[in-house]
Design a binder for this molecule. Structure first.
Ligand SMILES: [Zn+2]
Ligand SMILES: [Zn+2]
Length: 553
């Protein structure tokens, strides 16, 4: 008599990011992926978002292993935090590149006593009640695996991120035969990537990007800057190949780009011909038409090399007219604004910009609808739980499963914290467990309630002004001298001329509101806030917190 299996997603459902799946059988736990997410623009003062893994903290002694599908941040990024908080150190399994990336993260966090185990397709390792086998899939980073986890009750296939690329750059396509074999033997549950469930057809093969890059480069007469994900080692390979064909040399710019290419070269995933690389400090002395710069920053990340170039403050690259910036990536949902801002600044400097809208110079690492159907048909699962997607994509993935003939009753659209429970009698969604987000501010982990993190950051840097104004109920005019209280604002003293001027600014703001016949207190306060903030910034070049309080008499 087999026991009860629980599949508990702690992240990655109803969102793109922070993937984490907990598999539990007979009281023992195996975790697949420990990912993070980058903060939304309104989460000011937050550096990273992690899944709330309190559940694992409470059950730390029951965890037998952690398996990582591949080296992307949304699958591996939370690993150091999880290890630090657990207080135990279960062995961590993954492909060689994935584990090299895990190792470098763990070292940065100075965590000792870690057991890292390399696994390769075809291996079988036992982890508590599970026998676990990696299956090779194609994605936008080498060493991407699905895991087939088998317990007494059956086999659970967690796909990780994948596409069915028939001509991958490394020449090793997804192991379709093994997936079909698993399907024939019987897959109990498929937890599959939903990222591109909304895109019909098939994704573009990665190896079609190379010739497009070459054609694009051929049309450029000046310097070329290509930006892509630093972990997309096959893309970097194709940039290097295209540059070589056109007689250009390559400079790698940005810490993670240099780090990942180094790791990739050591593991044989990328081949750079002898004498091909130019050091960043030699860039400005190199002939423009002989150079391709490969840079981080395709997502408009604040401290990235490309963003610094766009703002004219990169130490080695000063962009100018005649340069072309090629975006060999599309923005991840949520990053659109930062990317657009970067692109616009590049135009302002005089550079030309080419994006995947202009030419097919990017291929997604996630399979489209027909590929998801292929996975469903190959593995022929009894139950399906779509993962790795917002609610819309999870729903669409469920519809694809229905389309290939899976019983709608066997398709479970779960959510973070909602476990799927399976035993010999069937499957159903169980009682919710604690799940959600936790924030990382520097190195500290905060609670969901910690909106205070942002306030703390503002206060600690620039202090606070409290403005108390009294206005007439009849006409909204200021009827008493505004009170100004401040704390922690650098370089201000009570008797300063600045304070006199600031009072003037407050009275001016109130008068303007009165003149425009604005009577709602909220609106007056909001104008007062903006005017005072602008005045303070102009005079002090600082952004203290401004708290306006308007009282009607
Ligand atoms: Zn990925
Ligand atoms: Zn992912």
């Amino acid at each position: 008599m087999a026991g009860k299996l629980r599949i508990l997603p702690l992240g990655g459902l109803g969102e793109i990011g922070k993937n984490m799946l907990v598999l539990e059988y007979e009281g023992r736990i195996v975790v697949v992926d420990t990912g993070l997410r980058f903060p939304a623009p309104d989460q000011l003062g937050i550096d990273l978002v992690l899944p709330d893994f309190s559940y694992l903290r409470d059950r730390a002694d029951d965890i037998d292993a952690i398996f990582i599908t591949h080296g992307h941040e949304d699958h591996i990024g939370a690993l150091p935090y999880v290890l630090r908080e657990l207080g135990t150190s279960p062995p961590i399994f993954g492909g060689p590149l994935t584990m090299a990336m895990a190792r470098s993260k763990i070292d940065e966090h100075k965590i000792k006593d870690m057991t890292i185990r390399y696994v390769r397709p075809g291996d079988k390792v036992s982890a508590g009640p599970f026998s676990v086998e990696p299956v090779k899939l194609a994605h936008s980073i080498p060493d991407s695996f699905a895991y087939a986890l088998t317990c007494d009750l059956g086999t659970i296939l967690v796909t990780g991120d994948y596409k069915f690329d028939q001509t991958p750059v490394d020449g090793i396509p997804a192991d379709v035969a093994r997936l079909a074999e698993l399907g024939r033997k019987g897959v109990l549950l498929l937890c599959g990537d939903s990222t591109n469930a909304d895109r019909p057809g098939w994704s573009l093969s990665e190896s079609l990007v190379g010739p497009e890059l070459e054609q694009t480069f051929a049309r450029c007469s000046g310097r070329i800057v290509v930006t892509s994900f630093a972990s997309n080692i096959h893309r970097v390979q194709q940039v290097v190949d295209a540059a070589e064909k056109l007689g250009r040399k390559v400079a790698l710019v940005g810490r993670s780009m240099r780090k990942n290419v180094n790791i990739g070269r050591q593991l044989g995933h990328i081949h750079v011909p002898e004498g091909m690389l130019v050091e960043p400090r030699e860039i400005e002395d190199f002939p423009d038409h002989k150079l391709v710069i490969v840079s981080t920053g395709s997502q408009g990340e604040p401290l990235s090399a490309l963003r610094r170039m766009a703002h004219g403050n990169h130490p080695h690259v000063k962009l100018r007219e005649g340069d072309t910036v090629v975006f060999s990536a599309t923005p991840v949902p949520g990053n659109e604004r930062a990317v657009n801002d970067t692109i616009d600044r590049l135009y302002h400097i005089g550079a030309d910009v080419i994006t995947p809208r202009d030419a097919p110079i990017h291929a997604s690492g996630h399979g489209y609808a027909e590929e998801l159907k292929l996975m469903l048909n190959l593995t022929d699962p009894r139950y399906v739980m779509p993962v790795h997607g917002d609610y819309k994509r999870i729903k669409l993935h469920g519809q694809l499963a229905e389309a290939v003939g899976i019983d709608p009753e066997s398709i479970f659209s779960a959510d973070n914290g909602i476990p799927l429970e399976i035993d010999e009698n069937g499957a159903s969604l169980g009682e919710p467990e604690q799940a959600g987000m936790i924030f990382v501010d520097g190195v500290d982990i905060g609670d969901i309630e910690d909106v205070a993190l942002r306030d703390r950051r503002m206060l600690s840097a620039d202090g606070i002004f409290i403005v108390v104004a009294t206005v007439s109920e009849q006409n909204g005019r200021s009827v008493a001298e505004p009170e100004l209280i401040f704390r922690g604002v650098p370089a201000v003293e009570e008797q300063d001329q600045f304070m006199v001027d600031l009072r003037g600014a407050v009275i001016g703001s109130l008068a303007r509101s009165a003149k425009e016949d604005i009577r709602e207190i909220d609106l007056i306060q909001s104008h007062l806030h903006d005017d005072v903030a602008a005045f303070v910034y102009k005079k002090l070049r600082r952004r203290p917190m401004i708290l306006p309080v308007v009282v009607e008499v």
